[in-house]
Design a protein around this ligand. Sequence first.
Ligand code: LAC
Length: 223
Amino acid sequence: MEPKMVKALVFDAYGTLFDVRSVLNRCEDVFPGHGSDLTGLWRAKQLEYTWLRSLMGRYEDFWQVTQNGLVFGCRSLGLAPSQDQIDYLMQAYLALEPFPEIAAALDALDGLPCSILSNGTPTMLQSVVHSAGLESRFQHILSVDEVRIYKPSPVVYRLAEDRLGIRREEIGFVSSNCWDVAGAKAFGFQTFWLNRQKAPAELLGVEPDQIIGSAMELTSVLS
Ligand code: LAC
């Protein structure tokens, strides 16, 4: 499908701009031999808790949900982290590595306004963006904390439409999380699934408008 006019791009943060697997070194450091398993379990449980809490109507912020996901991940591997170990591992989330092409890809977008819409708390997002030196690249850094429900609730995507003041069909939404793309597409954004891992598409009844393998491809699919 030919993209319609896109007046602004909105990016997901975790897994899209920032590599959630960059916690691996700290996980391996604290629990040698378990780094990879803990990294995967931690992320999976973190997301699961966002969906469960949204369904339950019992929001708590992403810092807390991320910590609970970490503790559950440790326990399911038979590990009992101390509070100091939890604090040390959680600090990794404030300085996740950006994916290597992100700064150049944002520069190449040539003035197209870019924002972030994420499950992260405002503090988490400010920290990770600052640590990656990307502050000047984003017009808005929007957190679900304002609406106290997680993606893929349409309430979250509406927050971006309202704050950008641009109609949803003129907003391009970029995420590596296919389920997030599905939520954004169902809401009415134009969607770009950044599928770096060549993962199979989720079967959620909505297809991304475009599938790209690197953020560098945004310039060409938008032209
Ligand atoms: C986020 C999650 C989906 O940044 O990774 O919102």
